[in-house]
Design a protein around this ligand. Structure first.
Ligand SMILES: Nc1ncnc2c1ncn2[C@@H]1O[C@H](COP(=O)(O)OP(=O)(O)OP(=O)(O)O)[C@@H](O)[C@H]1O
Ligand SMILES: [Mg+2]
Length: 387
């Protein structure tokens, strides 16, 4: 596989610091330090913040918007959480506060290199697995499940790349859950459908600080640029080449777009809560899938969210009424989920040791095993795990 070198420009005023970055860049194959002015696109800009931070961020924003630079690493003379947040919003991939150790720089460069290699390495397409999360009713936790499952998958060592798509085309709230301020959203895809390829998507995806690549929904409804079912197939096809896993927060929609995703999904997680209205809706959805003939019964997994052993309706009652096993239960922990939401962080970052976070990690592992197994035996009629 031949891969072009990653072009790097250093905008570092402090001489020793500039030397330190040069030394580390030269110690890793695959980077090319560019000396010229911004006459052509630069893959990575390493930028030392000065005294006028606002102006610096504004400048970077303009450069990124014009497409002159792709990734940015920021350097600051001290650590300040507010500045870090601003840097992330300006699209920072890394934020270094001084003093900086060589191993930090090398680690960041290696990560960037690996990510680019995995993305340009289209010689071996990834055959990414599509996980479609839908809620049986509003507020049951579909977004919580989609975000935290995607974040848990992204943390796994065996997984290189995970995308998260918000299909709540009106008022999707993934940016809130991850505290990201996306420059682009769904409408860019619909406006540029003829340009839909790896390079285009790579430029518009919003990457959060845990490495998740997000396609958010638009902030307002525009009929002209609304997502359409015919866009879904080419979009997911390109994404399947780029990512190991594509998690879709489908909300409650069963629109034409949703139908297309259901057809293409490797697994559908139907999120419910063990109360009567939610279980009735879950039943209706399962019956709808059955009568439509898709998704196949074994692809649909019921997830009981906010699960409490003491609830009026037991797991067994629910399974009898649904005539289907519950694939997974997620404990009820409002405080931890809401705190993570208010902090704009996934549970893996906000509360790594809590029971609910461990539960999401285990769910990610179980799904990985199941999907890998199904990949190896795609036509197997055997009932997949968990049914
Ligand atoms: N396991 C859980 N335990 C306790 N609270 C939870 C749990 N999962 C989600 N919640 C809380 O439920 C609320 C709704 O969650 P979320 O936004 O994920 O639901 P949703 O199905 O996506 O809603 P919507 O229909 O508005 O898109 C949030 O306040 C969230 O913190
Ligand atoms: Mg939601």
């Amino acid at each position: 596989m031949s891969v072009e070198k990653i072009s790097v420009r250093l905008k570092i005023k402090t001489p020793q610091l500039k030397q330190q970055f040069k030394k580390n860049l030269r110690s890793i194959a695959g980077f090319n330090i560019s000396n010229g002015i911004f006459s052509h696109r630069i893959d990575l800009l390493i930028f030392e913040l000065g005294d006028e931070i606002e102006k610096d961020f504004e400048h970077i924003h303009v450069l990124r918007n014009s497409g002159e630079i792709d990734e940015v690493f920021f350097i600051s003379d001290h650590y300040d959480e507010v500045v870090v947040r601003q840097a992330m919003r300006a699209g920072a991939k890394e934020f270094f506060s001084q003093p900086i150790e060589d191993k930090e720089i090398k680690g960041a460069l290696e990560t960037l290199k690996e990510k680019r290699l995995s993305m340009v390495g289209n010689d071996s397409p990834k055959n990414g697995q599509i996980i479609h999360v839908i809620g049986s009713k509003g507020g049951v936790g579909a977004t919580t499940v989609a975000v935290n499952l995607a974040a848990s998958l992204a943390q796994k060592e065996s997984i290189q790349s995970v995308a998260l798509i918000d299909m709540n085309l009106l008022f999707g709230d993934i940016p809130l859950f991850l505290n990201i301020v996306p420059e682009y959203n769904w409408s860019e895809i619909t406006k540029n459908i003829s340009r839909l390829d790896f390079t285009f998507l790579n430029n518009i995806l919003c990457v959060d600080n845990s490495g998740l690549c997000v396609i958010p929904s638009p902030n307002y409804l525009s009929k002209q640029h609304a997502a359409k079912p015919e866009i879904i197939e080419p979009l997911l096809n390109v994404m399947q080449h780029m990512f190991d896993y594509i998690v879709i927060d489908g909300g409650q929609s069963l629109s034409g777009i949703s139908q297309k995703i259901l057809e293409m999904s490797n697994t559908v997680l139907l999120v419910t809560v063990l109360n009567l209205p939610c279980l009735l809706n879950t039943n209706k959805l399962l019956k709808t899938f059955h009568s439509e003939g898709f998704p196949p019964e074994q692809h649909v997994k019921v997830i009981a969210n906010r699960f409490m052993k003491s609830s009026d309706i037991s797991l067994k009652d629910a399974e009898i009424s649904l005539e289907k096993k519950v694939f997974w239960t997620i404990p009820n922990d409002y405080k931890t989920t809401v705190t993570a939401l208010n902090r704009g962080k996934a549970l893996t970052q906000s509360a790594p040791r809590k029971e609910i976070t461990k539960n999401f990690r285990e769910l990610a592992t179980k799904l990985c095993h199941m999907l890998e197994k199904n990949k190896k035996a795609p036509n197997s009629q055997a009932r997949p795990e968990g049914i």
